[in-house]
Design a protein around this ligand. Sequence first.
Ligand code: IDP
Ligand code: MG
Length: 161
Amino acid sequence: CQLYSSAVAGGCERTLVAVKPDGVQRRLVGEIIKRFEQRGFTLVGLKLLQASEGILAEHYHDLRRKPFYPALLRYMAAGPVVAMVWEGHNVVQTSRAMVGDTDSSQAKPGTIRGDLSVHISRNVIHASDSVEGAEREISLWFHSGELISWETSDQSHLFQG
Ligand code: IDP
Ligand code: MG
């Protein structure tokens, strides 16, 4: 997306999105992918995996002193997750808006959490919260060889560069 989005604030970015174990169990993977595709973002990496304690501890390092941290790690290790990297104009900020409030009970209708979940402890999806955080998380969850750089044929319909 570099060609088209470079002229506009935000620029071409990548972000890590993960459907959490509750979302996978509840068969929400397709619904979540659909929303990112339809918004106009490009999938550059995708895998189903059972997350190790090591990757989860690194991923949630900043939350290690929170009272809910042990339960959070158990939740995230309870079953497979679908990890994805999405690319596009301002994708970090836009995907956070698409995901909605961390607390599902406060998340607005129309957001993924606001439409598909009811409680902060089972909020179905992760999305990186900054460009730097996204870079860190993408390199934690994916090897560079698992990411494909490619251009979709609809770019001129998504941007005027
Ligand atoms: P985020 O996922 O919206 O970025 P963070 O504050 O980074 O929210 O927290 C990471 C995850 O930790 C949340 O998505 C949620 O699964 C869990 N979490 C955060 N706060 C609480 C809480 O107060 N109780 C239980 N789980 C929480
Ligand atoms: Mg977070």
